[in-house]
Structures are given as C-alpha cells and as structure tokens.
Write a protein that binds this ligand. Structure first.
Ligand SMILES: NC(=O)c1ccc[n+]([C@@H]2O[C@H](COP(=O)([O-])OP(=O)(O)OC[C@H]3O[C@@H](n4cnc5c(N)ncnc54)[C@H](OP(=O)(O)O)[C@@H]3O)[C@@H](O)[C@H]2O)c1
Length: 219
C-alpha cells in the first residue's frame, strides 16, 4: 500500500485529497492543526507550522513515503502598510518554512520510494494582487524553494499546482471580510482539484509535471 502525507488534511482541499487517496487504497498520514478531519481511515497527526521551529514529532515514521502533498495554508488579506512582522512571519512559516522543514524530514523516505512532492500554490504567487503581500510573497518564495529542490533531488518529483479560487473555508473567510458576493461559478470545487492531484500522482515515472495551472473553465 503506498503512503502519502497530506498537510492541511482537515481543511477544504486537503480533506478532499485525503478522502480520494484513502478511497484509492493509499495509507494517508493526515496532518491537522486544530481538529482531525472527517476521514476515519486516515492516520491523523497534529502540527502547527507557525509555532517556532516545527519538528513534526507527531508524524508517524515510515521508511517509504510515496507522496507528500502540501495543502496547509491560510490566506490573510492585509495592505502593505498594515502588515506587521507577525503577518510576514506567519505567512512565511506556514507556506515556506513549515513545508520545507517537513519535506527535509521526509527526504530519506521520499528518496527510498522515488516519491512525489506536490505543493498547492496560488495563481497570485505569479501575478500578485494588492492587499495580499504576505500571502503572495510567501507563496512566491515557495516557488523558488521548489525550483531548487527539483534540481537538487532528481530522484523525486516536485510539482506545484498554481490554483485560482477554490470553494473552501479559506475562500468563505476571505469573502466574509469583503463586500463581494458569492458567485458559485467563480470557483473550482475542491473535489475536482483533488482529482487533478490524484491524476498527477499517476503520471508515468519518466514524466515530471513540474507545474500546473488550474482555473475554472466555462463548461
Ligand atoms: N481556497 C482557495 O481559493 C485557494 C486558491 C489557491 C491556493 N490555495 C491554497 O490551497 C491550500 C489549501 O487551501 P484551502 O482552501 O483548502 O484552505 P482551508 O480550507 O482553510 O484549509 C487550510 C488547512 O491548513 C491548516 N492550517 C491552518 N493553519 C495552520 C497552521 N498554523 N499549521 C498547520 N496547519 C494549518 C488547516 O488546519 P485547521 O483547520 O486545523 O486549522 C486546514 O487543514 C492552501 O495552501 C491555500 O493557500 C487555496
């Protein structure tokens, strides 16, 4: 049975990825921050990526890890002039330092399995938008980290998904703080994005899907 680690598995996208992989026969080591998610057949472990230097001591040990899927993240809107040190530190810890540290901890097991790292990035890492500086900067930093990882670790695959809006709690929270109305057609459904993640894991070994952009289609 292949083993996957999914971070942010208690949230919108991570939860869908976890359920889909369990359904497909994977062992899923599912990270949560506050409370475990609904998937009963996952193995839940707790970590807070923003608490100093995370060491992930609750992560169950495995000799082989076939996939590490980084879904943990929060999107906090703030103007540049209002961003405090805490805002920058939290965004960098959650979107860059935590994922990089966890990946390092898993590298021996990922190498053993010729594993696949998938990082859920955002389109606004590529085209930053006003009032999102800490989020955009931390996601852009993750893009640079993954580019280096890919060159240094030819035995593992590293894929980034640059996603547009996904209909999850993160988006609902952003909407609730704005004057925008909820338009369902603007969003991708998290289960549809999870299916793309699963398809990427099925890529033939000689193919490295290094980056994928996902937008809501008109269909
Ligand atoms: N939603 C979108 O429109 C969208 C678009 C592009 C990219 N993304 C990216 O996709 C990923 C998944 O987003 P989502 O929409 O599924 O978000 P979500 O529903 O808000 O879920 C976020 C997940 O991250 C975990 N998390 C939050 N703070 C954490 C911390 N300090 N340490 C460890 N884990 C923490 C949450 O755990 P708890 O629930 O236990 O706090 C939850 O499992 C994120 O990286 C996000 O930036 C989202």
């Amino acid at each position: 049975m292949p083993t996957a680690i999914v971070t942010g598995a208690s949230g919108g996208l991570g939860s869908e990825v976890t359920s889909l992989l369990v359904e497909r026969g994977w062992e899923v080591l599912a990270q949560y921050h506050n409370q475990p998610g609904a998937e009963k057949d996952a193995i839940w472990w707790k970590a807070d990526f923003t608490s100093g230097a995370p060491e992930f001591e609750h992560l169950p040990h495995r000799k082989h890890i076939h996939a590490l899927i980084h879904c943990a993240g929060t999107a906090t809107q703030t103007r540049c002039e209002d961003a405090f040190i805490d805002d920058w530190q939290e965004a960098m810890a959650l979107h860059l330092i935590g994922p990089a540290q966890l990946t390092n901890q898993c590298l021996p097991a990922l190498r053993q399995a010729a594993g696949h790292v998938i990082y859920i990035n955002s389109l606004i890492a590529l085209t930053p938008e006003a009032e999102w500086a800490p989020y955009c900067a931390s996601k852009a930093a993750a893009k640079a980290w993954l580019a280096c990882l890919r060159q240094e670790e030819p035995g593992i695959v590293a894929t980034e998904i640059f996603a547009d809006k996904i209909d999850t709690q993160q988006r609902r929270t952003v909407l609730a703080k704005s004057s925008m109305l909820y338009e369902p057609d603007d969003y991708m459904q998290p289960e549809a994005v999870a299916r793309v993640v699963a398809r990427l894991l099925d890529a033939p070994p000689e193919i490295e899907p290094s980056s994928v952009m996902l937008r809501r289609s008109g269909r």
